[in-house]
Each structure stands twice: as C-alpha cells, then as structure tokens.
Ligand binder design. Structure first.
Ligand code: A3P
Length: 300
C-alpha cells in the first residue's frame, strides 16, 4: 500500500528517458539529448555524482580552488552559479560564453554525458559515497520535496532506492557505470568518506588532478571554508536558496548532518544485512572500496 502510494507520487513528478529517471521540474528529454552534444573544452572540469553523495560540498571545494575571489571573500556568487548543472533547466545560460576554465556539475550516468568527454577532453571528478549513507540522506531529502504529497516510509524508501525507482535511478548502476568505464574518461574518483577523514589531503588530490597550484595557506582557506560547520551557515553554498515550491525547508536542511555512518541510526540489523547482500551481488566484483563508518579499519 505504502509502495503504491509512493510509486504513484514519484511517477507523477518524474519521467524516464534513455533508461534514466529525471524530475519534470528540473529537466526535459530535449535538454538531456542536447547535453550529449555539448562542446567540451580542454580546461573544463565536470563534477559528477549520484545524488546525496557530496555534490554541494565538492562544488564549494572546486569553486574555492579555482577562484581567489571566493577564497578571500571578495567575490560573492552562489556555488551553483559558479558550477552550473549541465542537464538542469534552472539554468538557461549559454555556456559557450563562459571563459575557461569552466566548471560544471552533473548527476548524469556515464552514457548520457557530453560525448566530447569520451575523447578525454575535459576532466571529470566523480564523487561517490557509501550507499547506505547516500540512501539515508536521499530519504530525508525526499521527505523535504514539496511535490511529493504522500508520507514516505523508511522501509518502502529502501526498496525504491535499491531497485532504482528514485531520481537518477540506481546508485549501483550509476557508480558501477562510471567506474567500469573509467578508462574512457579523464576521471578522478573521490569518496565522501575520504573527504570526511582527511579533507586537506582530498583537496590536495583534487588540486593535483585539475592542475591548480595552491600554497599551504590557500589550502588552509579552502579546507576551512568547506567544513560542514561553515557551509551550513553560508547562504552561497548551503542551497537554502532553493525555492519552497521545490523543497520545504520547514522539514529539514539540505546540509543535514554531514557525517559518515548515519545509516546506523536508522537501519535495523535485518535491513542492513539485506542491503549488504544486494551490495555484494551488484558491486562485489569491483575493486572499489567504501568506508561504512569512520572508525572502521577495513573498507569493503
Ligand atoms: P546528509 O544528508 O547525510 O547530511 P549532495 O550535495 O550530493 O546532495 O549531498 C548532500 C549530503 O552531503 C548531505 O548529507 C549533506 O549534509 C552533505 N554535505 C554537504 N556539505 C558537506 C560538508 N561540508 N561536509 C560534510 N558533508 C556535507
């Protein structure tokens, strides 16, 4: 019964295009098709994520790395404007007039990204997060969505997440798709957990990949301005500007907890074990490792 109500609610706000689920209010099949032909330049950097994996966090990091004005506070632009989404209609800008190096953001699966990227033009930073925490974050995020009118139950949401019936489809397919096609792209994989564990090292790793040389003091600034505590109160990066027609902020925050292992606070042992089984089936053959808890020594 729960499942039927949620299915109906989701079907009324999403469309399927080329095997992927998108939100009606955010994009259209025409935009998705056009993105495949978008011209990519050599200096372009594209951040790609599955939802709730650290997108806005990495937008902030990249914006700080590339913009001295952001680091020293003289430039006040929202990170979403500095790194616009290539597949969303919230931005009707003509990207060709942007000066290089251009920064972009995307949730697209590997097979729908601009074709130029497959010729190793431009650089992709793919940020992924352990799927249990991404699931929990997505659950809370869905509860904030103004256009979903039904009550969303946790148990039901797990099923929808696992079977890929949510926006951007299956976490497993998204991560697996990008990971198994990594040779086709100029791509750096970064995990949410490694950023949590050692943000400074993650920032340095990103700097090396994008070819930006920052001194130690500049790195300090990037790290400081990208902490959860600072971003939570920064209206330029905390997405509080999202209109209430999209997100009901009385029900929560975009920057909710920002921790690793929150799944332990909500998943029952049985739910977790069931999830582990699916994870093993779908991802077990890949060498990619996630930390499920920051205190854990062994990643799996
Ligand atoms: P939680 O809901 O678990 O708190 P995305 O930007 O891909 O939608 O991901 C959102 C998740 O990233 C949220 O997770 C949010 O709190 C977390 N996040 C955003 N900025 C962060 C930061 N500076 N440090 C840690 N987590 C951050």
């Amino acid at each position: 019964m729960d499942g039927e109500a949620l299915e109906e609610a989701l079907n009324s706000v999403m469309f399927k295009h080329k095997c992927m689920l998108f939100e009606n209010i955010l994009t259209s099949p025409e935009i998705i098709d056009a993105v495949e032909h978008m011209e990519i330049r050599d200096g372009d950097v594209i951040l790609v994520t599955y939802p709730k994996s650290g997108t806005v966090w990495t937008q902030q990091i990249l914006s700080l790395i590339f913009n001295e004005g952001h680091r020293n506070g003289t430039e006040e632009s929202k990170t979403v404007d500095i790194m616009p989404w290539i597949e969303l209609k919230i931005n009707s800008e003509d990207f060709t007039s942007r000066p290089s190096p251009r920064l972009f953001t995307s949730h697209l699966p590997y097979y729908l990204t601009p074709r130029d990227l497959k010729f190793r033009t431009g650089k992709i930073i793919y940020v992924c997060r352990n799927p249990k925490d991404a699931l929990v974050s997505f659950y809370h995020f869905y509860k904030m969505k103004s256009n979903i009118k039904c009550t969303i139950h946790w148990e039901t949401f797990i099923e929808f997440f696992v079977s890929g019936k949510v926006a951007c489809g299956s976490w497993f397919d998204h991560v697996r798709g990008w990971y198994t096609h990594k040779e086709d792209f100029n791509i750096l994989f970064v995990t949410y957990e490694e950023m949590k564990k050692d943000l400074r090292s993650a920032v340095k790793k990103i700097c090396t990949f994008v070819g930006v040389n920052l001194d130690e003091k500049e790195i300090d600034t990037v790290v400081e301005k990208a902490t959860f505590r600072n971003m939570k109160h920064d209206p330029l990066s905390n997405y509080t500007f999202v209109p209430k027609e999209h997100l009901d902020k009385s029900k929560g925050d975009f920057l909710r907890k920002g921790i690793v292992g929150d799944w332990k606070n909500i998943m029952t042992v049985a739910q977790s074990e069931k999830f582990d089984k699916v994870y093993k089936e779908k991802m077990g053959d890949l060498p990619i490792k996630f930390l499920w808890d920051l205190n854990e020594e062994n990643a799996s």
